[in-house]
Write a protein that binds this ligand. Sequence first.
Ligand code: JHZ
Length: 420
Amino acid sequence: MKSNQKIAIKSTIKKCRSCGHTKLVPMLDLGVMPPANAFLQKADLKKPEAAFPLRLVVCPKCFLVQLGDVVDTDALFSRDYYYLTGASAPLVKHFQDFGARLAEEMELKKTDLVVEFGSNDGVLLAAIMPYARVLGVDPATNVGKEAAKRQVPTLTDFFGEKSAKTIRQKEGAARVILANNVFAHISDIHNVIKGISHLLTDDGQFISEVHWVGNLMGAGGFDQIYHEHIYYYSAHALKHLLEKVHGLTLVKVELIPMHGESLRIYVTKGEKGTAVDASVADFLKKEKTLGLDKIDTYLTFSKRVHTTKEKLLATLKDLRKAGKRIAGYGAPAKGNTLLNYVGVGPDLLEYIIDTTPTKQGAYTPGMCIPVVSPEMLKTNPPDYILLLSWNYADAILAKEKALRDQGVKFIIPVPDVRIV
Ligand code: JHZ
């Protein structure tokens, strides 16, 4: 922890946030660090920086992996949010394809309402807008303005029972509720699920993409752990939360290659006669085979994370000792967990390039590495590039063919440190 960081946490959890079990088991301690999206402006560099413990615990009853300490969500999401979906071309394509598929599968009509919470800059809803009425819900003010540029209306608020009631009163019930890369971020998850139940039509579906804990365990990408991500879900844990605690029905599960591997879950109110797809039982079986329903599986993770840290740090230090210059590629939220935990500062990484306009000109939280436009790779190319946005490795390696042909090498940190 740096000397100018100050610690402030909202609460240290005493019981499972899903099922209420009190004997939570410590699983991993990544130390103290600032929130992953709290990029700094130049004027912030001399000011104290808020930092928070980053620990995981696992519930031995419902197997929900969760943060041990929860940061105030207002501090994480209400002001300007640096992450914009539209800055990552592969992600834009993913959501455009999904939007078109959804419209077809749900046979959406112009009168249907589709609500997305955590709608960010409106990329997904813009793809659905030709088929149905859409409404985004997101607490960050800047992202709503970005969505407006795509003609996507956005309610600047947190989604929950209260906002669900307001939406239902004004717009009617929603045929589809979407929540991508946000279901893991909500401390009062019960309030949000009540909101979903209230707003959904009886034949409607709640569809959500969320990072899969099986990928975290399998690929070892500990950098996906940060304060925004309160929960690390398995299908087992989701089924318990949605069905046992809230009486909804998990009707379909897909595993998609997003952020490593994510779950796409389909949930209904479970009205009589709801058909449950075979994928649910199949996926639960797969998780059993992987041991995700056993506490011991989670307890081996810490050792693996430590080994990756040592290996990555040694690789970067050896390259610098040999006089090589290293830059970072992508300034994703996850990159900041990696930089802070491994201890990678400007002495090792000269700069980081990123396509997100809001991040360019800023500095990474904690490690204070400058984030610059991708142009820098042309004007001042390094010898090596640490690929912090490793989840888009295929697309990025293809895009940067010219740079690689010039002899620049990429260091990919996940699942195992390798140089290509
Ligand atoms: P990316 C996001 O995390 C945000 P992040 C959020 N916190 C969340 O929960 C997870 O997703 C699941 C840049 N880039 O998508 C753009 C390039 O520079 O991996 C982004 O800043 N060049 C809601 O932030 C970053 O990399 C490129 O060619 O970890 C990618 O961020 C591409 C493809 C991306 O998510």
